[in-house]
Design a protein around this ligand. Structure first.
Ligand code: SOE
Length: 391
C-alpha cells in the first residue's frame, strides 16, 4: 500500500467539471481549516481534452495534467486516485487504480450496476488500498449531530424515516439529454443521482434496509440531444431528438431491519425545489428534521420536554459543542455545501494516515447500489423485493 505515513498524499483526479471543482476546492481548503495528519497535494488532473484540462489545472491549482487516465494511475508520484468522471467510467478506473496500488476516492453512485460495484469493492479489498465514496451529505454538521443524538438514544427506537430529495432543473421539456439523463452513462436518473444520497443517509442514521417496493416515472419521454454540455446543463440540438431511458422520479417504501418504516421520493420534477435534500425521522422519544437548503439547522422535538414547551425547535448546529464546532468560524457564522467536501477530505486523510478505510467506504457505495437495484427490480416486477448485496 502506498501513501501511508507519508506527509503528503499526492492526488491524481480524473475529471474536472462540477464535482472536480468541488473536490479541488476541498483539497485546497481542508488543510487550512483542519490539522490534518497527512495533507492532500493537487499533483495531477486528467481529462481527454488537452486544452480543457490544462485550463482547469491552471485555474484550480493542479501541478500537472494528463490526457489519459491510465498514464495518471501509473505515475509513481500519485498516491490517491480521485474519480469525478461520469458514472460509466467509475468501475474501470477504480479497479485499475486499486490494482496499481493507489488509494481510491470515487463519486457517487459508485457504479452503474450491482455487479460493477461488487467488482470495485473486491478490487480495493484485494489490493489493500484505502477507499471512500463521496456521500458528502453525511459530513454536514447537522447530520453528524443527528447521528450523535440517535446513537445516544435521544430519540429512542426509530419508527419512521421520510426522505425527499427534490430538484426541478430538468422540468423544461426542451432541456437536453445531458449525461445525467443518458442511461448508458449515468445508469439511472433521479434514482442514482438523488435517491442514492437519501439511501446513504438512511443507512447512516437508521440502519440497513431489508425490503423495498418502488415505482419509477419518466414524464418527458423524448428530449433534444445535447449539442454542447457545460456543468449540469447543456445546449440543446435543434434537430436531433432522443428517447429518455432514465427515470425523472423514483419513489419507494422501505422496511428497515430494525423494524422502522421508510418512505423515499427523489425527483427532478418538484417545481420550486432546487436542491431540497430533506428528511424527517420519528422515534419513540423524539423526532429530527433536516433540509440541506438550510443545512446548518437541525429541527428536533423531544417528547420529554416540559408540556408547555412541546414542539419542534430549530438548533443552529454551529456551536462549539456541535460536530465541526470550532473548525470553521465562531457560532452562527454559517458554513455551506462545499464544507461537506472539506469535512469528508479530512476524514479520508485521517483514514489514509491510520491505514483504514473510514466510512463511507466502497462497501457503503455497494450497499447503496444494492438498495437502488432492489428498487429498480421492484418497479419492474411491481412487487416487494429483498435487498441483496450478493456478497
Ligand atoms: C445534480 O442532480 C446534483 O449535483 C447531484 O449530482 C449531486 O450528487 C447532488 O448533491 C446535488 O445535485
Amino acid at each position: 500500500m502506498v501513501g501511508v505515513n507519508q506527509k503528503d498524499i499526492r492526488v491524481g483526479m480524473v475529471g474536472y467539471k462540477f464535482m472536480g471543482k468541488a473536490h479541488s476546492n476541498a483539497y485546497q481548503n481542508a488543510p487550512f481549516f483542519f490539522d490534518l495528519p497527512v495533507k492532500p497535494v493537487k499533483q495531477a488532473i486528467c481529462g481527454r481534452n488537452a486544452e480543457g484540462v490544462k485550463e482547469a489545472a491552471d485555474k484550480m491549482g493542479w501541478k500537472s495534467y494528463e490526457t489519459d487516465w491510465r498514464t495518471l494511475i501509473n505515475r509513481e508520484d500519485i498516491d490517491l486516485i480521485d474519480i469525478v468522471t461520469p458514472n460509466n467510467n467509475h468501475a474501470e478506473i477504480a479497479i485499475a487504480a486499486a490494482e496499481a496500488g493507489k488509494h481510491v476516492y470515487c463519486e457517487k453512485p459508485l457504479a452503474l450496476t450491482i455487479e460493477e460495484s461488487a467488482q470495485m469493492l473486491e478490487a480495493v479489498q484485494k489490493n489493500n488500498v484505502i477507499h471512500m465514496v463521496n456521500f458528502n451529505y453525511r459530513f454536514a454538521p447537522a447530520i453528524q449531530f443527528a447521528k450523535k443524538l440517535i446513537s445516544e438514544g435521544k430519540i429512542g427506537r426509530i419508527y419512521h424515516m421520510r426522505a425527499l430529495y427534490l430538484q426541478d432543473w430538468i422540468m423544461d421539456p426542451d432541456f437536453p439529454l445531458v449525461w445525467r439523463l443518458e442511461k448508458s452513462i449515468s445508469g439511472s436518473g433521479a434514482h442514482g443521482d438523488l435517491a442514492a444520497h437519501s439511501i446513504d443517509l438512511a443507512r447512516f442514521l437508521v440502519g440497513e434496509i431489508d425490503e423495498v417496493s418502488g415505482m419509477m416515472k419518466t414524464f418527458i419521454k423524448k428530449r433534444p440531444a445535447v449539442a454542447d454540455s457545460s456543468g449540469l446543463s447543456g445546449k440543446a440540438s435543434a434537430t436531433e431528438f432522443r428517447d429518455v431511458e432514465v427515470d425523472d422520479a423514483s419513489i419507494f417504501i422501505a422496511s428497515f431491519q430494525n423494524g422502522a418504516a421508510g418512505t423515499f421520493e427523489a425527483t427532478r420534477f418538484a417545481g420550486g425545489n432546487r436542491n431540497s435534500n430533506q428528511f424527517e425521522i420519528n422515534g419513540e422519544k423524539g423526532s429530527i428534521k433536516w433540509n440541506a437548503e438550510s443545512m446548518n439547522e437541525l429541527e428536533v422535538y423531544f417528547a420529554d420536554d416540559d408540556p408547555s414547551l412541546q414542539g419542534f425547535k430549530k438548533i443552529n448546529v454551529t456551536e462549539e459543542v456541535h460536530p465541526y464546532g470550532g473548525v470553521y468560524w465562531p457560532s452562527a457564522h454559517i458554513i455551506g455545501y462545499e464544507h461537506t467536501f472539506h469535512n469528508l477530505i479530512a476524514e479520508l486523510m485521517k483514514g489514509i494516515e491510520q491505514g483504514v478505510s473510514l466510512s463511507p467506504t466502497f462497501y457503503d457505495g455497494h450497499a447503496a447500489q444494492a438498495i437502488l437495484t432492489a428498487v429498480e427490480k421492484s418497479a419492474r416486477s411491481r412487487r416487494w423485493e429483498k435487498v441483496d448485496t450478493y456478497l
